[in-house]
Design a protein around this ligand. Structure first.
Ligand code: SF4
Length: 85
């Protein structure tokens, strides 16, 4: 049986804890990005549509990198760890 190695997202270190409401957490994290680093709704939607069809998506967490898919989609400089976007 193959085991997937999980890693933690380093971005999580810049804020205190993860609240129960992932939407609140996501909004806070997005607001911390420089404006020119924010992906914007259209690019985020494109990325999340790909994640939505991906076998590595476990209820919104990427099993390749350990990040929440939505949070990984935020930054222009981020990419899918297996180059799907
Ligand atoms: S970031 Fe890539 S590997 Fe991870 S769930 Fe999305 S498409 Fe799949």
């Amino acid at each position: 049986m193959t085991q997937t190695k999980l890693r933690f997202c380093r971005l999580c270190d810049i804020i205190d804890g993860i609240p129960d409401d992932i939407g609140e957490y996501a909004d806070r994290l997005y607001s911390l990005l420089d404006e020119d680093e924010r992906a914007g709704k259209e690019l985020m939607d494109e990325r999340l549509n790909v994640c939505g069809e991906c076998e590595k998506n476990a209820d919104g967490t990427c099993l390749e990198c350990g990040c929440y898919c939505i949070i990984r989609s935020f930054a222009v400089s981020k990419h899918c760890p297996v180059d799907k976007w």
